[in-house]
Write a protein that binds this ligand. Sequence first.
Ligand SMILES: NC(=O)c1ccc[n+]([C@@H]2O[C@H](COP(=O)([O-])OP(=O)(O)OC[C@H]3O[C@@H](n4cnc5c(N)ncnc54)[C@H](OP(=O)(O)O)[C@@H]3O)[C@@H](O)[C@H]2O)c1
Length: 347
Amino acid sequence: MIKVLVKGYGTIGKRGAWALRRQSDLTLYGVVKRRPDYSAILAVKSGIDVYVPGEEELRAFEESGVRVAGLLDDALGRVDAVVDATPGGVGRKYKGLYVKHGVKAVFQGGEAPDVAQVSFNPLCNYSEALGKDFIRVVSCNTTALLRLICSLNRYFTVDRVRAVIVRRGADPKEVRRGPINAIVLNPPKLPSHHGVDVKTVLPWLDIQTAAFAVPTTLMHTHFIQVFLKEGVTREDVVRVLEGSPRIVLVGAEALGVSSTAELAEVIRDMGRARGDMYELAVWEESVTVIDGREVMLTQSVHQESIVVPENVDALRAALSIEKDGERSINITDTALGLVGGWLLWSS
Ligand SMILES: NC(=O)c1ccc[n+]([C@@H]2O[C@H](COP(=O)([O-])OP(=O)(O)OC[C@H]3O[C@@H](n4cnc5c(N)ncnc54)[C@H](OP(=O)(O)O)[C@@H]3O)[C@@H](O)[C@H]2O)c1
């Protein structure tokens, strides 16, 4: 069994650890925490071994009475791979340690692209990541854009993309970043970095994005125009989205929802752990085709969880456990219980 350590047990790390415990070909070896806070206590209570980066943190854990399994350096000697889910820029500082121990590492979108050999989305470039030592799973907004673009590009030929990204101001637990009472130009100078980040995976694509941060913590929402080289109908586009993994169509009228707040409530009512929505939600009524070649739509993105399935696939690619991207996606999604097709109207 392949052993994986999750370093950084915050928004992404704890979800990554949860997802790893549900895979049959990967096993969670433990997690790395600096502070013996509620997350560390709950991790220990749920049977997860908690490691600490150094002696100082070890003393803090011992003083607070939270059980600690050992030091990061010891754990790295016993695992095959690390998911580094520390804040942007921190992962890079630990890269030397991963090299020293010869473990593969999956970094997150907050790191600069050159931290890894490949920026990754399994629907776009799984084979490029096979056997790589360092893979970067792009951020939540970039993952959402890539899922849509690569799903459409599988059946049609995407020529160029324009997108407006309405970003959540902060995650629900981030008391230091909110609330804001503004629509923040993010940034004022166009384009925003999101399109640039998409190009780390699809360098050939003509894409421009603008982004605005708004006072919400639940989800991001994108308005997207995809220009195609061939003519298609709305039905063609809906059929492709219906059949694409990690995308779910949300019928606003059928479900009686037309906001991220109501969508989040549907997901909580579905009993999803932490209220997580791994799927990209495409609002079905928004799907519009103009003159056959311009597809417009609106999609919503649960920022706290959308990259979790991608992290699992990145591990399978790095460790070459599964050579075929579609099969990896299928294994991950079955284990995590993702739905496809229409939300609440498909299996
Ligand atoms: N949150 C999102 O919506 C989101 C979505 C997609 C991608 N990402 C990316 O995922 C990465 C992690 O983000 P996050 O939101 O999960 O962060 P987070 O909730 O703030 O969690 C970060 C974790 O890293 C640990 N940490 C902080 N500084 C550290 C250091 N110097 N050394 C070792 N550990 C350290 C913290 O440990 P302690 O608690 O022990 O101090 C915490 O558990 C970032 O690259 C981010 O850009 C985030």
